[in-house]
Design a protein around this ligand. Structure first.
Ligand SMILES: NC(=O)c1ccc[n+]([C@@H]2O[C@H](COP(=O)([O-])OP(=O)(O)OC[C@H]3O[C@@H](n4cnc5c(N)ncnc54)[C@H](OP(=O)(O)O)[C@@H]3O)[C@@H](O)[C@H]2O)c1
Length: 339
């Protein structure tokens, strides 16, 4: 079967097209024909050597995948041939609170991922795909989708009628926009580009701010919320945004710390910035399989079609990486394995 492999830190140029032997599934494993695989910022981090992995070990990259079950081991109970499935980010995190062992391994980092014609893994590492989505859109749930779900409804516990601030228009933020809108939440989206903000409005953003032309965007968030601040910040920015996000959150607000697209360096935070407003600073990492299953149901019920910016054929996977690294995307970048 055809696949790409890469070593952590090899850079995008280190993506190598290879032929791998097709594997038979073990007793508790399923074999899936991968139809689509989506890219995430973490896959760039992996290529750049900024993501934990075993050194000197080539791996099939990517965690996001959609496909059809083509063979099952004799002890498999959750799936049958013909089922449409998506990957679950942490195969060992089924439900409940996370623990180091539950989040120790994920596809496309510590073991082979989805940028291949086929994948063989434990049946525990998959869930049934949303019935309402096609291969390309369904492939975007396992990382960005479940992270947005966790940020809004688990860590952030936002309620209908509440408010959320979404930084930038990358995969996680636009997933969060579409979920929050469906849940009746007031959404403020920031971006470096007005054209992307117009597209965010079309996706249902309640208000938008250009963070380049309005560098003190936290004041604009306060103005838009009549001084109250937002209930939840989906904090994907890191070093360059965290201090402002703290100010943009209202009393009892939650800043869900997810990423570091603006840098991963240290940030100086005064204790009073949290104490005075009784604000919460919470880190999250993707989500459990149970969260992914909740997301699948929510997507089907609310007919959510995740924003996909561009689809690349399998043979142009390195171009898909370059495109994501260039930051021109609005939402998800997906690789169509059938093209
Ligand atoms: N903790 C977790 O479990 C988890 C899960 C998924 C992702 N992440 C992390 O979360 C971050 C986002 O991931 P992603 O996949 O959504 O990335 P992505 O699709 O590559 O999104 C990047 C976007 O971030 C925006 N951005 C860049 N600098 C910014 C700034 N200074 N202020 C506000 N927005 C800025 C840009 O939006 P505009 O072009 O609109 O300006 C850019 O398009 C990454 O650091 C990723 O590693 C963490």
């Amino acid at each position: 079967m055809k696949a790409y492999q890469i070593q952590a830190g090899a850079g995008i140029a280190g993506l190598e097209r290879v032929e791998r032997q097709s594997e038979d599934p073990g007793a508790s494993e399923i074999r899936v024909r991968v139809d689509a695989a989506a890219l995430n910022h973490r896959d760039l981090s992996f290529a750049r050597g900024q993501f934990y992995s075993r050194p000197g070990y080539p791996i099939i990259p990517l965690v996001d995948g959609y496909g059809e079950v083509i063979a099952v081991g004799e002890a498999v109970t959750r799936f049958k041939a013909g089922d449409r499935v998506i990957t679950s980010y942490y195969p060992r995190w089924i439900d409940g609170a996370l623990s180091p062992s539950k989040t120790a391994v994920s596809f496309g980092a510590q073991f082979d991922g989805t940028l291949a014609e086929e994948i063989v893994a434990s049946e525990e590492a998959f869930v049934l795909a949303p019935r309402s989505l096609d291969a390309i859109t369904a492939a975007t749930l396992p990382c960005a989708g479940v992270t947005a779900w966790n940020a809004l409804f688990v860590a952030g516990a936002v309620k209908p009628g509440g408010s959320v601030l979404l930084l930038g228009t990358g995969g996680v933020s636009l997933w969060a926009l579409q979920l929050a809108r469906a849940a009746g939440v007031f959404t403020i989206v920031t971006s470096s580009q007005d054209e992307k903000l117009e597209r965010a409005h079309l996706l249902g953003a309640s208000a938008t701010i250009n963070y380049r032309t309005t560098p003190e965007w936290e004041n604009e968030v306060l103005r838009l919320t009549e001084g109250a601040g937002v209930d939840v910040v989906v904090e994907v920015g890191g070093e360059g945004t965290l201090a402002r996000s703290l100010k943009a959150a209202g009393p009892s607000g939650t800043i869900v710390v997810i990423g570091r697209v603006s840098g991963g360096g240290g940030v100086s935070i005064e204790p009073g910035a949290l104490i005075g407003g009784a604000k919460r600073l919470v880190g999250i990492t993707a989500g459990s399989r149970a969260m992914l299953e909740q997301l699948v149901r929510f997507v089907d019920v609310n007919k959510i079609h995740p924003a996909v910016d561009k689809v690349f054929p399998f043979g142009e996977a390195p171009s898909a990486y370059e495109y994501l690294a260039g930051g021109r995307h609005f939402g998800k970048v997906v690789i169509d394995m059938r093209a």
